[in-house]
Design a protein around this ligand. Structure first.
Ligand SMILES: Cc1cc2nc3c(=O)[nH]c(=O)nc-3n(C[C@H](O)[C@H](O)[C@H](O)COP(=O)(O)OP(=O)(O)OC[C@H]3O[C@@H](n4cnc5c(N)ncnc54)[C@H](O)[C@@H]3O)c2cc1C
Length: 429
C-alpha cells in the first residue's frame, strides 16, 4: 500500500476518530468556525456505526441499528433532515415469541423473571457498595441462563462481569426506532462535509510542547487542542498513546472494557413462514444462545444477535462458525428442513476488528466512575469523548454524539480562554 503524506500538518483542533462522537464533535467545531481536522484510521467514517449494502441492494447495519431513547435521541432529527423515514415499529424485544407447539417457550414466565431481575437491579441505590449485577439473580431460578444471555446482548458481557452501579445509571426512555437506510449511513453522512484525513492512524499524542503534536502513520499534525474519541479498549491497550503517559486515563479506560455483540444476517428462502419483526431465542436455558429477529423491516432475512463469550468463541471460526451455530439452533426450533431455507449473508466480528476490539462498553464492578474519569479534560487542551465517556447513555450512538458535542464545547471554551489570555498578555506588554 502506498502511504501518502498528510494534506494538513496543522489545525486548531484535531479530533481523533471519526465515529459518532468524533463526527458530532467535528460538526460542532465547524459550526463554531473552528479550524478542525478529523483523523480516522479507517477508509470510512462511522466506526462502530456501519451500514453495508448486501448483494441484493439491502442496507444492513453491522453496528448500531436502533435509535435507543428515540424521544430524545439527536440522531432522529438528523436522519429526518437527511430525508430518511423513521420506522417506529416497536422492537422485537417488546413482541411475542415465535416458539410454539412442541417447542413451546414459556415466554410469559420468562418475561416475568426478566422483569423481576431488572426491577431488583434498578433498585440499586447510589450509596450502596457496587457489586456484579449477577448478585440480583434469584438463586436457582430456571431462567437465570437466559437472563444472562440477554445481558450479553445489551451489555456485551455476562452478568458477573458487569457493575450494578453502572447498569442502574443507564438511562433508557423505552422508545426505539430505526431507519431502513441504516443508522450507520445516517451517522457517516452527517460527517460528509468535514475535513477528514482517512487511512490515518494516530500513534501518539505528544503533549510536551507548547502545542500538541499528533503523530500519525502519515506524519505529524500540530494543534492547540485534541479531542480523543477512541474506543476504551484501544486507550487501555495503548499505554504509550500519550507522551508523557496518562496512567489515570489508561486505568479509567481499562475499567470500561468493550463487551462483544456480533450480528449475523441470514437470507430466508420462505419469508412467509414468519411474522414481520418476530423473534426467538435459540435455547431457553443457556447463556450461550443467539437471539433471532425474523423479517426485520419485512425483509426476507433473519438478524441473529450473538453476545459475550459465545460471540468471542465463534469469532475464531469466522462467518462459517456463526452460521453453523445458528443453523443448529434454528433446526432444533423449526425442524431439519430449515437448514435448506437459510444462507449466510453478512457478519462483522467486532472483537477481531483492530480499530474497535469490541462492540460497546460496560463497567467492571467498582468501576462505574471510570466514565467521568475518562471524560475529564487534561490541561485544558486534551478532551475526551466516545460512548464510554457517557455516564447515562453509554454504549450507544446517541451517547457518543452527546459526549462529542460536550467535548467540542469544552475545547471551544478553552480556546477562547487561551485567546483572551494571549490578547491580555499582548496588551500588557
Ligand atoms: C453489533 C453492534 C450493535 C450495536 N447496536 C446499537 C444500537 O442498536 N443502538 C445504539 O445506539 N448503539 C449500538 N451500538 C453501539 C454504537 O455503535 C457505538 O456505541 C457507537 O457507534 C460508538 O461511537 P464512538 O464514536 O464512541 O466510537 P467508534 O464508532 O468506535 O469511533 C472511534 C473511531 O476511531 C477510529 N480509530 C481507532 N483507532 C484509531 C487510531 N489509532 N487513529 C485514528 N482513528 C482511530 C475507529 O476506526 C473509529 O472510527 C452497537 C454496536 C455494535 C458493534
Amino acid at each position: 500500500m502506498e502511504i501518502y503524506g498528510m494534506t494538513k500538518s496543522e489545525a486548531e483542533v484535531v479530533v481523533v476518530g471519526g465515529g459518532a462522537a468524533g463526527i458530532a464533535a467535528a460538526r460542532r467545531l465547524q459550526a463554531a468556525g473552528v479550524d478542525a481536522l478529523l483523523v480516522e484510521a479507517r477508509p470510512r467514517l462511522g466506526g462502530r456505526a456501519w451500514t453495508v449494502v448486501s448483494a441484493a441492494g439491502v442496507p444492513l447495519d453491522l453496528g448500531c441499528g436502533w435509535f435507543h431513547s428515540a424521544d430524545r435521541n439527536p440522531w432522529v432529527a438528523i436522519a429526518e433532515a437527511q430525508g430518511c423515514a423513521i420506522d417506529r415499529t416497536p422492537p422485537p424485544w417488546t413482541r411475542p415469541w415465535v416458539q410454539a407447539g412442541a417447542l413451546a417457550f414459556e415466554g410469559a414466565a420468562f418475561s416475568e423473571a426478566l422483569q423481576g431481575f431488572r426491577r431488583r437491579a434498578d433498585s440499586f441505590a447510589e450509596d450502596e457498595a457496587d457489586r456484579p449485577v449477577a448478585a440480583f439473580l434469584e438463586p436457582g431460578n430456571r431462567w437465570n441462563g437466559l437472563i444472562d444471555a440477554v445481558s450479553t446482548y445489551y451489555s456485551g458481557a455476562e452478568l458477573d462481569l458487569v457493575s450494578a452501579r453502572d447498569l442502574a445509571r443507564y438511562d433508557d426512555d423505552g422508545v426505539n426506532w430505526r431507519v431502513a437506510e441504516g443508522y450507520g449511513r445516517v451517522i457517516a453522512a452527517y460527517g460528509a462535509d468535514l475535513a477528514v484525513e482517512f487511512d490515518c492512524k494516530v500513534e501518539r499524542i505528544d503533549r510536551r510542547g507548547k502545542r500538541l503534536r499528533v503523530e500519525t502513520t502519515r506524519g505529524a499534525i500540530v494543534a492547540n487542542a485534541v479531542i480523543v474519541t477512541l474506543p476504551s479498549n484501544l486507550i487501555a491497550e495503548q499505554q504509550d498513546l500519550f507522551l508523557p503517559a496518562l496512567p489515570g486515563k489508561t486505568a479509567a479506560a481499562a475499567g470500561l472494557p468493550l463487551g462483544l455483540a456480533d450480528k449475523l444476517f441470514l437470507s430466508l428462502a420462505n419469508a412467509e413462514e414468519f411474522d414481520r419483526e418476530s423473534r426467538a431465542f435459540g435455547a431457553a436455558n443457556s447463556a450461550a444462545t443467539a437471539a433471532y429477529q425474523f423479517r426485520p423491516f419485512g425483509r426476507p432475512m433473519i438478524e441473529a444477535y450473538f453476545g459475550g463469550a459465545l460471540a468471542a468463541e465463534l469469532e475464531a471460526g469466522g462467518i462459517a462458525a456463526f452460521f453453523d451455530f445458528a443453523v443448529t439452533e434454528l433446526v432444533r426450533l423449526f425442524g431439519a428442513g430449515f437448514a435448506r431455507r437459510v444462507a449466510p449473508l453478512q457478519l462483522h466480528g467486532w472483537a477481531s476488528d483492530p480499530l474497535s476490539r469490541g462492540s460497546y462498553s460496560y463497567a467492571l464492578p467498582g468501576k462505574a466512575d471510570c466514565r467521568s474519569a475518562l471524560a475529564a479534560p487534561v490541561d485544558d487542551r486534551l478532551f475526551f469523548a466516545g460512548e464510554a465517556c457517557s455516564t447515562n447513555d453509554y454504549s450507544t450512538a446517541h451517547g457518543a454524539f452527546l459526549t462529542g458535542v460536550a467535548a467540542a464545547d469544552q475545547a471551544i471554551a478553552a480556546l477562547r480562554r487561551a485567546g483572551a489570555h494571549a490578547s491580555a498578555e499582548g496588551e500588557a506588554s
